[in-house]
Each structure stands twice: as C-alpha cells, then as structure tokens.
Design a protein around this ligand. Structure first.
Ligand code: AKG
Length: 312
C-alpha cells in the first residue's frame, strides 16, 4: 500500500482508533485525509445496505445521479438503478441517519469545526464510480444549502464492504489539499473531461502519485474538501463487476440558525449535528420490515394457537 508522492517518500496510510481524534486531526491537516478503523458496527453497515436495496426496489422518491443528471421515479433510466449513485438516502432511511453523524464522525468533525457539523448531502454507491481524479471543492452545491464556507467542506467515506484493486478501491493523493489548483469552473468551459485531463497533468507536474486505499468494512476515511481522490478502475475480469458498497457524506460548518433555502427541504438536528431532510419523504417513509425477534415470533405463535383452540 505504499507509493511515493510529492511528500518525497513512501506514503504509508496510517490508521487511527475511533478515540484518537486529536492525533487523526493533526494527520488530516498534514495529509488531507485520515482513516479510522472499526469506526462503526459492520452489522449496522449490512442492515443499511439491505435498506438501500429495499428503497431501490420500493421507493420511487429516491434520487439517482447518473451521467451528471438527477432522476427520480419512473423517469429513472435502467442504469440509474443498476449503477446506483443515490444522492438523498438520508431522507429515506433511518439507518442512513444513524450512520451520517455516528459518534466517531460527529467527534472528528466537532474537533475540526469547533462546533457540530452539518451533513449537506450523501452519495450511496454500489460499485466504484471509476470517477477520475478530482477535488470536491466546487462540486458539492446542494441548492437547498445555498452559499456556504467551502473552506470547511469535508467528506466521510464509509466502507460497507472491503475494497481492493479488484472492485476499484479509492485512489488518494496525500498532501494534494495544500496546493492551490484550478477548479472545474476556472476556464474549462464546463468541460469535466478538460478539467480532469488538466488535473492529471497537474498531479504529475507536482509529483503526486496515487495511493490505493484498501478498505476494511467499518473503516471511515475522511478527506479535506480540496483533496484529490478518484474512484479506482474495477480490475476484476469477471463479467459481473464486483460490488464496493459505500456511503459518502459531505459536511460543512454552517451557522446553526441558517435555514434551508428550499421549502421542500428542512434542516433537522441529530445528536451529533444536523442534516437536510426532504420534507415530502418524511410522511412517505416506508421502513423495510424488520424481522421479528424470536420472542415476538413465539408470542405470535402462542396467540395464534390459542385463537385456533377457541375456534376463531
Ligand atoms: O467512491 C467512489 O468511487 C468515488 C467517490 C468520490 O469521488 C466522491 O464522492 O467524491
């Protein structure tokens, strides 16, 4: 997992335990990213993914981003559901809301911001996006948030499955957040291709080499808003591409009393911070049926047998 980059030596990805917040923050400021191991319960991650599958199958309000456009309901092209990049799962899934500001995330971001964080948006991926190297800094612009301090933009990437070259592990460029660079809106005529071509040359000229982040389920990777990263190419030769389930959350420091700009979205408090909720999704929420506990099943069986014995 080591490669040289412009920091002049082999780069080894250091991992932190969820309680090592201060050490991780110092590392984040230096390298533009940090990784916490065993930062959330793998079973919660699995249950969340089951809910994602359930929502894809049953919830027509879910929003998918596909090739730069957002789709919902019957207008969603088949690829939208096959290669899902869901942009609002936290509005639909209680389990997503448990993850987006889970304790190590809330604590790390509180240390970074000096106040509770706001989750502006999420991206739920079934596969590696294979997205070329980019910075998120000007890309994360949910309309309901409006202008915000982009210097505070940060992301968390929650590994719901292990990743490696086979399923397109993330590629990161340690230290890349420190240098000023052009953005998509600096003279590329809105051409994402021209921007990413330019950025590849910029990385090379500045001596940055990508480092593969091989994740374990339960890992949380944080990256700085201007940190360069990419969705790795899926290298498995298999006809069915291997999945790489992940949840990406984008946060910023947003004044506590700043309301949503769109009446269709409301800002909601959670124990560790706040997030934006699609209002129409609240009443429509249909949680996936949770399997009954053994005790509940036994009780139900006893009640049904008693009913039968009374001839009902
Ligand atoms: O998970 C991926 O493949 C890429 C994620 C990413 O680059 C992003 O959300 O900005």
């Amino acid at each position: 997992m080591t490669e040289s980059n412009n920091q002049g030596s082999e780069h080894i990805i250091q991992r932190f335990q969820p309680h090592q917040i201060e050490a991780a923050l110092a590392y984040f400021n230096e390298h533009g990213y940090c990784v916490f191991s065993k930062a959330f319960d793998i079973a919660l991650g699995k249950a969340f993914w089951d809910d994602v599958e359930y929502q894809i199958a049953h919830n027509e309000q879910l929003s998918y981003s596909l090739y730069g456009k957002v789709y919902q309901g019957p207008n969603t092209p088949p690829d939208g559901k096959k290669l899902p990049r869901i942009i609002d799962i936290e509005s639909h899934s209680e389990l997503a809301r448990q993850l987006i500001l889970i304790s190590p995330i809330a604590k790390f971001l509180h240390a970074l911001y000096g106040c509770p964080a706001t989750c502006m948006q999420t991206l739920t991926y079934k596969f590696s996006s294979e997205q070329r190297a980019h910075s998120d800094k000007v890309l994360v612009s949910p309309p309901y948030v409006g202008p915000y301090d982009r210097e505070t933009l940060a992301a968390s990437w929650l590994a719901l499955e292990a990743s490696s070259e086979a399923n397109g592990a993330l590629i990161i460029y340690p230290g890349s957040h420190k240098l000023p660079k052009r953005s998509l809106f600096d003279g590329f005529d809105d051409s994402y291709l021209a921007y990413t071509n330019w950025l590849d040359s910029w990385l090379q000229e500045n001596g940055f080499k990508g480092v593969t982040f091989r994740a374990e389920p339960g890992d949380i990777l944080f990256w700085h808003g201007d940190f360069i990263h990419a969705g790795g190419a899926i290298q498995s030769p298999s006809e069915t591409p291997p999945t790489r389930h992940s949840l990406v959350c984008h946060y910023a420091r947003i004044p506590e009393n700043q309301a949503s700009l769109d009446a269709g979205w409301t800002r909601v408090k959670l124990p560790g911070g706040s997030y934006y909720q699609l209002v129409s999704a609240v009443s429509a929420e249909t949680p996936a049926p949770t399997p009954a506990s053994l005790m509940q099943r036994l009780k139900a069986r006893v009640v049904s047998l008693m009913g039968k014995s009374k001839g009902t």
